[in-house]
Design a protein. Structure first.
Length: 75
């Protein structure tokens, strides 16, 4: 299992625990909710950057494949 999947599982577990604490009327509900929102925002930001990097990798791969095909056709 890759690190992104492991991190996703941990983020889901944290979110579930936060929901449990909120439902159980934790004495610091506002703090718990704030932590949950922070974890969620950081996870979304991480996923956005990972997707952007994947797009860049795919574009680079396609460019090099095209360049290789052009070089083969020219020779």
């Amino acid at each position: 299992m890759c690190n992104v999947q492991k991190t996703h599982q941990v983020a889901v577990q944290v979110t579930q625990k936060i929901e449990q604490l909120i439902q159980a009327n934790h004495y610091s509900v506002d703090i718990v909710r704030s932590i949950g929102e922070t974890v969620s925002a950081k996870w979304q930001q991480l996923m956005f950057h990972a997707e952007e990097r994947m797009k860049l990798v795919m574009a680079s791969t396609n460019w090099f494949k095209t360049a290789e095909q052009v070089c083969i056709a020219v020779n």
